[in-house]
Design a protein around this ligand. Structure first.
Ligand code: ZN
Length: 118
């Protein structure tokens, strides 16, 4: 047997435990080639690609990846800020309620007037 042929039948056979490329081929099936070391794709399917290099390229890819923008850093900061405002308002209302109860402007159990529990 030629030395290059040794082990070939089992090297990348169906039971090979390594990382497969898995990219969708032109025939629609997953690519069965081994992925490049430390990468998820074979050399035919972008395994050598290093991503966008220029600032314009990076911006273009980011825009292409953006689906709806609800979870961008800015939106999440905005949601946190709003939640904090809500907490401040509720704390203020608790303080006012406590003061009103202490001064007798509200009777304990006043929420029952509005059909609420407690
Ligand atoms: Zn591939």
């Amino acid at each position: 047997m030629n030395i290059a042929e040794i082990g070939k039948p089992t090297r990348f056979g169906p039971d090979w435990p390594g990382q497969r490329c898995g990219a969708t081929t032109r025939s629609g099936t997953p690519c069965k080639k081994a992925a490049l070391k430390g990468r998820a794709r074979c050399r035919n399917h972008g395994g050598c690609a290093t991503g966008p290099r220029t600032e314009a390229g990076r911006a273009r890819i980011a825009a292409a990846q953006l689906k709806h923008g609800r979870l961008t850093k800015e939106k999440r900061e905005e949601a946190k800020r709003r939640a904090e405002i809500g907490r401040e308002i509720r704390a203020e209302l608790r303080d006012i309620e406590g003061l009103a109860l202490a001064r007798g402007w509200l009777r304990p159990g006043w929420r029952q007037w509005f059909g609420e529990e407690t």
